[in-house]
Design a binder for this molecule. Structure first.
Ligand SMILES: CC(C)(COP(=O)(O)OP(=O)(O)OC[C@H]1O[C@@H](n2cnc3c(N)ncnc32)[C@H](O)[C@@H]1OP(=O)(O)O)[C@@H](O)C(=O)NCCC(=O)NCCS
Length: 197
């Protein structure tokens, strides 16, 4: 389903630099590198691919967490996957715009958390793209924006989804991606497995 996954990716990240978007050839590689970390949602009635997520295992140095998305994922080839890595890294989660607000991302998060528990990993990290920030940036710094989202005063279309599912903000990453929809920011969020091995 690599071509269908690439179409979902394009629909979900229309303003992301094409050089950072996951393409069909990347998806074909992901299932060879780490099959357990690749999830997709398919509509039963039509067989249409409507949502997907890409994850790999890695170790995280939380003292040096600043990084660029494209480096973390080895140019989307997942050459950075470490079979002994203690953390699951969320390279991507996307639900086709026609299928949002029906709990599909929640379903994908549940599958990822099940995988983390099964493998006994420490938890999940993600660079959430604060997509609501560009419309607030004229009046507040990113730090104030993220703090307001954490307090629940502002609802961010991606960061709030993570926070409502047990993730905590670890830090802010400038130049995480090339995408004006998040002013290039990523917010490092962490979900901890309470029973790691
Ligand atoms: C972020 C994203 C994955 C969420 O997917 P989703 O399947 O719509 O999410 P869910 O239905 O599981 O619900 C998540 C929350 O968003 C709300 N929501 C999402 N889309 C909605 C819509 N169209 N209408 C109403 N509510 C909506 C849900 O009510 C829910 O709220 P809650 O957190 O208070 O429970 C999806 O919006 C997306 O693909 N965005 C573009 C790609 C992206 O930015 N990915 C994340 C990169 S870090």
């Amino acid at each position: 389903m690599a071509d269908d996954l690439a179409a979902v990716q394009e629909a979900c990240f229309p303003t992301l630099s094409p050089s950072e978007r996951i393409r069909a050839e990347h998806y074909r590689t992901h299932v060879r590198v780490f099959p357990e970390g690749q999830h997709a949602v398919i509509e039963n009635a039509t067989g249409r691919v409507v949502a997907a997520s890409t994850d790999f295992r890695t170790n995280i140095d939380f003292h040096r967490y600043q990084h660029r998305y494209i480096d973390a994922v080895d140019g989307n080839w997942l050459g950075t996957h470490d079979p002994d890595g203690r953390w699951l890294y969320s390279a991507d989660i996307g639900v086709h715009p026609d299928f949002r607000g029906r709990g599909l991302a929640t379903l994908l998060f549940a599958a990822q958390h099940d995988l983390i528990r099964r493998l006994g990993l420490a938890g999940h990290v993600a660079g959430a793209m604060p997509r609501g920030y560009p419309s607030h940036r004229h009046r507040m710094a990113i730090e104030a924006y993220v703090a307001a989202v954490v307090r629940g005063e502002i609802d961010d279309p991606t960061l709030s989804v993570h926070l409502h599912r047990g993730y905590h903000v670890y830090g802010i990453i400038p130049d995480y991606v090339e995408d004006p929809s998040s002013a290039n920011y990523g917010v490092l969020v962490v979900w901890r497995n309470l029973d790691p091995k």
